[in-house]
Design a protein around this ligand. Structure first.
Ligand code: ADP
Ligand code: MG
Length: 229
């Protein structure tokens, strides 16, 4: 099976004043298509840094990242932006929804930005909201939605452009256990049914059983890589 993401020898440090922190210390990883892969590990172990490098948000000091057969970090900044826009969706811990827009409008804004408007846009946005079980909440604004519902709107917004890859950094950490489970199960179903490659970060051990694969990062290296049965 061809990997969707294939990274080799990733290194990344951060410097503040005279202190250099080596955050990633040689990471090799392949991510398979159509799977939900979760990265776990203690706080500060480098999970978000790794996700940011694999998704083209942060440049590694060393190493290569191939995504869909494109060598990410050799692209010029505008080409990298275009690549990310075309192929990747993102979901964050804090949802990042516009407070003044309804659930449906959150999706329409994004489609408009991509040149899709009118009926075609509405149909696509409504389908994405249906997919996350929120068609009946489409006219509500973030303040009227629960945390779990807000994250599901954010997932619908990431899905509406039909990306091959979906990245999620701590998508459940602002949610209670029940809603966290709903969101992870949703991400798993999206991976399976759409053949979307979903790569997430979590520190919630209860969610791991829903993943196809769990990669454990400690102190900037991969210490285990397993498939929960
Ligand atoms: P995790 O997501 O596993 O909690 P991170 O990847 O966010 O870990 O961070 C790993 C380490 O790198 C932490 O010690 C953090 O303080 C440091 N770090 C992350 N981003 C930056 C940055 N932009 N500047 C300086 N240090 C950073
Ligand atoms: Mg983090």
């Amino acid at each position: 099976m061809n990997s969707t993401i294939s990274a080799l020898e990733l290194h990344r440090s951060f410097t503040s004043g005279k202190t250099v922190t080596r955050v990633l210390r040689g990471i090799d990883v392949d991510v398979c298509p159509g799977e939900l892969t979760l990265i776990i590990g203690p706080s500060g172990s480098g999970k978000s840094t790794l996700l940011a490098i694999l998704s083209g948000l942060l440049r590694p000091d060393r190493g290569t990242v191939r995504v869909l057969d494109t060598d990410l970090w050799t692209l010029s900044p505008p080409r990298l932006d275009a690549f990310r826009l075309a192929h990747m969706g993102f979901v964050f811990q804090g949802f990042n929804l516009f407070p003044s827009l309804t659930a449906l409008e959150q999706l329409l804004v994004l489609l408009r930005y991509r040149g899709i408007t009118g009926r075609a846009a509405s149909a696509r946005a409504e389908r994405a909201l249906e997919e996350v079980g929120l068609a009946h909440r489409k006219k509500l604004r973030p303040a009227e939605l629960s945390g779990g519902e807000k994250q599901r709107v954010a997932i619908a917004r990431a899905l509406v452009k039909q990306p091959e890859l979906l990245f999620a950094d701590e998508p459940t950490s602002a949610l209670d256990g029940h809603n966290g489970q709903i969101v992870i199960e949703l991400l798993h179903r999206i991976a399976r049914e759409h053949r979307t490659t979903v790569l997430g970060v979590t520190h919630d051990g209860r969610l791991l059983k829903h993943a196809d694969r769990v990669i454990n990062v400690e102190d900037g290296i991969i210490v285990s890589d397993e498939r929960p049965s």
